[in-house]
Design a protein around this ligand. Structure first.
Ligand code: GLA
Length: 695
């Protein structure tokens, strides 16, 4: 029987690299996978030199044998195109397929990923091996989906890349005049006579052109996406129906995944939260929300994660099976329909021999493997949530070109990283158990009670019009520091920042102000938000209210507390403009936060903005550190604290829109039943509860 995607349960498994093991191990693997409840493995990711040991000589029998064995064992396969790691022969025969860094260093084989995404020879070879694999296995009953390459993320500054960059620029600008205008090449005598003179942003004596740098980022993302698309097209010649994807890397800086999403049949992500980082799991929730949002809420796949250590951190903390379980179930809570690991069997050789796996070198009789078996059983019980979706009342806006533009050279400060700002704004929402989507600024915002744009550095007229329309329709918009500063060519918008939204905000920034270490003082003007002095740190705007409807809620000063910066006294750090009806800018509320606030003060502002907007959190009375999400008719409650917590069953029922007086709930993980008259449910540290109405 041919296995079908989606699988009927949350898919469970990992990367499987049988080419690193001999045949006898394959059978043992399948048997152990069955015992662990594995349902899906990704095969062939790094097998190019085994599949095509010499140019045009393909060896696929071993792979067929593996797929047959897996299929006989009831394990489905996510079959990879092995294009992430070309064999040495490709670089040896064609050095121009090897990527070059901005400093002019050509990277070589002996590791992996040594290819230029722009190399026509690499591409032709990658398509040939993709064709061989697709042709051979498109009808194999084990195959349920296709996995193109691996973590597409290469960047190249070689002559081959320069050529492709010029083609890309020709598409974008038509000719050199438009390029000269967009790149403002009159600055520093950079005027080009023709596109043939244009280079990637290579090592240069001083700061490089920011518009060139931004276009190169866009180009690199598009190049990587086109690699994916070419390989997918070859797969599609042989298989019209199985989903095709590639594994993303969360908030990955080299690829604008918002532009990739339409090309993926299902979003897949690799995630390695750092056990040493106390904020890792809050940030993981944000990444998971991004993954769920990329394709409009469609369930996604956790394609890779680690059962314990990863081997690539300088000091690689391991994790407990309980923590690994919590992380895995958190992904499901945020919309994942698969939990997979790198990798099934721990490597004995190579750079990843100290990376954890589902089956450690020490064997199945280990704590890690016992945890894997337990997780397999847990996931099997979550079948009722497969395919279900979530809804959110709040959108966080995220935009890769804004990120790129804000992280360029020669900025007012290097302490403003849009991703860190996004994370800082997300944390108070996570703490308050507010569900969020993470969407691009052109998304349809109509359904959200509040839209937060923590770090939208780059805004064009279209996005501004979109945000203005959202507020005019009654929405609540909250903008963060250094927002709306540049246009898509990195030119500063004229006027106070964010100029394109000045009317909606009734406020604007006249100067960007990096702050001395230790920050500066600000005082609340609205005591409901706080009464203590606030230390604004790293960066603020010198901002004013420009409209009688605008209230300044937090302002710098007094002057005596701003030595050397007395002129900033009274500068607005938080403003709010509420327009009921009748005005030209409509009925909503627009907040501007111009400075970087301590967490507690940022939380006060955001919680107020959300409360005013009528946003309803889950389990309002639950202790801090209890995460709650809802998928379809199931609730996920995750205890991230080190203590047992107690949950009111009526509160759980309310979060599921059930009558708290009469509801009966069943925890999918334990089959335990609760009625609202029972005493509160105890949830152990790192414990997870998945209540659903008893059916
Ligand atoms: C990435 C890769 C895998 C493996 C893991 C190790 O996610 O895709 O091949 O190297 O990292 O953590």
């Amino acid at each position: 029987m041919t296995a079908r995607w989606p699988l009927p349960t949350i898919a469970f498994g990992g990367d499987y690299n049988p080419e690193q093991w001999d045949r006898s191990v394959w059978r043992e693997d399948v048997a152990l996978m069955q015992r662990a409840g594995v349902t899906l493995v990704t095969v062939g990711v790094f097998a190019w030199s085994r599949i095509e040991p010499e140019p045009d000589r393909f060896e696929l029998d071993w792979l067929r044998e593996v797929l047959d064995l897996l299929h006989d064992g009831g394990i489905a396969v996510d079959l990879a195109t092995p294009t992430a790691s070309p064999p040495p022969w490709l670089g040896a025969m064609h050095p121009e397929t090897l990527p070059v860094t901005a400093d002019g260093v050509r990277l070589t084989w002996g590791s992996r990923n040594q290819f230029s995404p722009s190399s026509p020879i690499y591409r032709a070879r990658a398509l040939a091996v993709t064709r061989a694999v697709a042709q051979a296995f498109a009808d194999h009953p084990a195959v349920v989906m296709w996995h193109v390459g691996n973590e597409l993320g290469q960047v190249d500054h070689s002559d081959v890349a320069a050529h492709a960059f010029r083609d890309w620029l020709t598409q974008r600008y038509g000719g050199v005049e438009a390029l000269n205008r967009s790149w403002a090449t009159d600055v520093w005598s950079q005027g080009y006579r023709s596109l043939a003179e244009v280079q990637p942003p290579r090592a240069a004596p001083y700061h490089r052109n920011p518009a060139q740098a931004l276009d190169f980022r866009r180009f690199t993302s598009d190049e990587l996406r086109s690699l994916y698309r070419e390989q997918r097209a070859v797969i599609r010649e042989h298989d019209a129906r199985r989903p095709v994807t590639t594994n993303l890397m969360g908030f990955f800086a080299l690829a604008d995944y918002a532009t990739w999403a339409d090309d993926l049949d299902v979003v897949a992500d690799d995630a390695y939260p750092d056990p040493a980082d106390p904020r890792a799991l809050t940030d993981a929730a944000l990444t998971q929300d991004l993954m769920r949002s990329l394709r409009g809420g469609q369930p996604w796949l956790l394609m890779e994660s680690a059962t314990s250590g990863v081997g690539w951190r300088a000091h690689d903390l391991t994790k407990s099976p309980a923590r690994s379980r919590l992380e895995s179930l958190q992904a499901v809570a945020h919309g994942a329909d698969a939990v997979c690991f790198f990798q099934w069997r721990q490597a004995r050789s190579g750079p990843e021999r100290f990376h954890s796996a589902m089956l450690p070198t020490a064997g199945p009789d280990t704590a890690v493997h016992a945890g894997v078996r337990r997780l397999g059983a847990d996931l099997a019980r979550l079948a009722p949530v497969v395919g279900t979706r979530s809804s959110a009342q709040v959108a966080l806006l995220w935009d890769w070109p804004s990120w790129w533009a804000a992280r360029g050279e020669a900025m007012p400060t290097d302490r403003l990283d849009p991703l860190e700002t996004l994370r800082a704004w997300h944390r108070p929402l996570w703490d308050a158990r507010v569900a969020v989507d993470v969407v691009g600024p052109p998304a349809d915002l109509g359904g959200y009670r509040a839209v937060l744009a923590p770090a939208l550095h780059l805004i064009d007229d279209i996005v501004a019009a979109h945000l203005r329309a959202y507020v005019a329709a009654g929405g609540t918009l909250v903008l963060g520091p250094f927002t709306g500063v540049v246009d898509p060519s990195t030119h500063l918008h004229r006027g106070r920042t964010p100029a394109l939204l000045g009317d909606v905000l009734g406020a604007g920034v006249q100067e960007h102000v990096p702050l001395p270490d230790g920050g500066v003082t600000a005082r609340w003007r609205d005591s409901a938000l706080g009464t203590e002095e606030v230390r604004v740190h790293d960066f603020t705007g010198h901002a004013d209210a420009l409209d009688p409807l605008t209230e300044v809620l937090l302002a710098l000063g007094p002057a005596d507390d701003l030595p050397g910066l007395e002129h900033l006294a009274g500068s607005a750090v938080v403003t709010r403009r509420r327009q009921e009806t009748g005005g030209t800018t409509g009925a909503g509320t627009a907040w501007l936060v111009t400075g970087v606030l301590p967490d507690v003060d940022l939380a006060a502002v955001l919680h107020r903005a959300l409360a005013d907007a009528g946003v309803e959190p889950f389990l309002p009375g639950a202790p801090a550190g209890v995460e709650v999400t809802r998928r379809g008719d199931a609730l996920f409650v995750l205890n991230h604290t080190a203590a047992e917590v107690h949950l009111e069953i009526a509160q759980l029922a309310l979060a599921l829109d059930l009558d708290p007086a009469t509801a009966t709930l069943t925890d999918l993980l334990t089959a335990r039943r609760f009625t609202t008259t029972d005493t509160p449910v105890a949830l152990a540290p790192q414990g997870v509860l998945v209540p659903m109405e008893t059916r």
